[in-house]
Each structure stands twice: as C-alpha cells, then as structure tokens.
Write a protein that binds this ligand. Structure first.
Ligand SMILES: Cc1cc2nc3c(=O)[nH]c(=O)nc-3n(C[C@H](O)[C@H](O)[C@H](O)COP(=O)(O)OP(=O)(O)OC[C@H]3O[C@@H](n4cnc5c(N)ncnc54)[C@H](O)[C@@H]3O)c2cc1C
Length: 219
C-alpha cells in the first residue's frame, strides 16, 4: 500500500510522509473486510500496524512532504475520477434507451413518453458539458497550470451528475431497476462514492470558494 503516516511531531501538514509498504511486512494485520453498499470488487478493510519496520528506501520523495504530495496528487485523482465515470454514464443512458424502447406499456414503447426521452436528452447534454470541462482542465494541466479550481469543479459536478443520472435512469427501469440483475442498479450504488471519495462534495465547494475569495477565514 501507499501509506500516508506521521513520521514526526509538529504541524499536521509538515509531519507526514508517504511510504511504500509491502502488505506482507510483519506487523501488518488486515482485519475482516467491511461490507459496503457498492464498489464490492474493491476490498475495504480495517488495518492495524504493530511495530512495523520498512527500509528507508521505501520512503516516497522527501520525509515530511507526504501531505503536500497527497494534496498535489488529489488533482490527478479528481480528473481521473471524472474521466472514469464518463463511459459508465454513457453506457447507462444507452442501456436505458435500449430497454425503454423494447419495454412496451399499453402497446407503446416506454421510450415514447416525452418525460423519458426528454430526460435522457437532458442527461446526455450534461454528460457532454462535463466532458468539455474535463478536456479544458486536462489541457490546462498539461500546459503546467494549477488546475485545483477546475479539477474540484469537475469532480463536484461528476459526483452530482452521477447521482442524478443513476437515479433517473433506474426509475425508467421500474422494478427491473431495483434488482441486482441490471447494471443501472450497480451504477446507482457504485457511483455514490464519487460525491464522497477523494474529498466530499462539500470539500470541493470549500476549495472553489477559496479560489472565489468567499470562504470565511478561520479565527
Ligand atoms: C470505498 C472507499 C474507498 C476509499 N479509498 C480510499 C483510498 O484508497 N485512499 C484514501 O486515502 N482514502 C480512501 N477513502 C477515504 C475517502 O477519501 C474519505 O471517506 C472521504 O474523503 C471523506 O472523508 P471521511 O470519510 O473522513 O468523511 P468526513 O471527513 O467525516 O466527512 C463526513 C461528511 O461531512 C461533510 N463535510 C466534510 N467536510 C466538510 C466541510 N468542510 N464543510 C461541510 N461539510 C463537510 C461531507 O458531507 C462529508 O461527506 C475511501 C473511502 C471509501 C468509502
């Protein structure tokens, strides 16, 4: 694992280091897996450390810079999070089109209801707007700019859109959408993490406010 840990005392943004920790190192105890509502193919467990020692060559970068590295990598993680959700969003929209086209209610395809095809058109538009913001952010990043504000905006929007899209599409699948037989219900559960992981939506809002000069300073 890539472990962010305290390696000295002092201010919390200067006392941490990143360490590459082989999981088979003596003293690393993985306790039982935690059951989660989604992301079930990625295990989450509580881990205890007991007098664990690693060679100093396992230190990543400089000692005491762990927090800074973590904050820097967050921008890439947030851009990755957005890029990672675009294709599932498109697939869920397409699967919902296919399903509602073949699902007949009173001899009419479900898709023919204006609320269904209009909503899918709206969601598709939102996905394209998100993609454009991501492209802009990545282009700025490749040019060497600080993209903290745009990466935070894109990650915020991706989490919120994933929630809206998965909920709206699941609704159009009716009872089938409530089963674990279809990918829309898995996306509904898995994508919920996007508004929490790599900094919650509220943290993204705080960062954006900092850049807008509207975040009250802590006294
Ligand atoms: C499945 C899963 C996998 C994960 N994988 C990793 C991983 O690989 N590496 C890693 O480092 N972390 C990982 N995490 C941790 C994840 O990044 C944190 O859960 C996330 O950042 C939220 O932190 P927290 O859980 O401590 O929530 P808290 O900090 O306790 O926040 C709880 C809630 O409070 C609200 N909140 C927080 N801050 C503010 C604020 N400033 N203003 C207003 N409201 C606020 C938000 O609604 C937030 O959801 C993972 C989490 C999960 C669930």
């Amino acid at each position: 694992m890539c472990l962010l840990t305290n390696t000295s005392t002092g201010p919390s943004h200067k006392n941490k280091s990143l360490i590459c920790l082989p999981m088979k190192t003596p003293g690393v105890h993985v306790t039982k897996k935690i059951d989660k509502m989604g992301m079930k193919s990625s295990d989450t467990a509580q881990i205890f450390f007991e007098d664990v020692r690693v060679p100093s060559k396992n230190l990543i970068g400089e000692e005491g810079m762990g927090f800074i590295y973590q904050m820097l990598q967050f921008q890439e993680e947030r851009m990755w999070g957005v890029a990672n959700v675009l294709t599932p969003m498109e697939s869920i929209i397409q699967e919902t089109i296919d399903y509602t086209r073949q699902r007949k209610i009173f001899n009419q395809p479900l898709l023919n209801n204006q609320i269904v095809h209009y909503k899918l058109a709206e969601l598709s538009t939102e996905v394209e707007l998100l993609r454009s913001l991501l492209h802009r952010t990545v282009a700025l990043y490749i040019d060497g700019n600080d993209v903290t504000k745009f990466a935070s905006m894109a990650k915020l929007k991706a989490g919120r859109l994933a929630r809206e899209l998965s909920d709206s599409c699941l609704q159009f699948w009716g009872g089938m959408g409530f089963t674990n037989e279809v990918s829309v219900s898995r996306f509904y559960r898995d994508s919920r993490l996007l508004s929490i992981g790599a900094g919650a939506d509220e943290v993204m809002l705080s960062i954006i406010c900092k850049f807008m000069g509207t975040l009250p300073s802590r006294k």
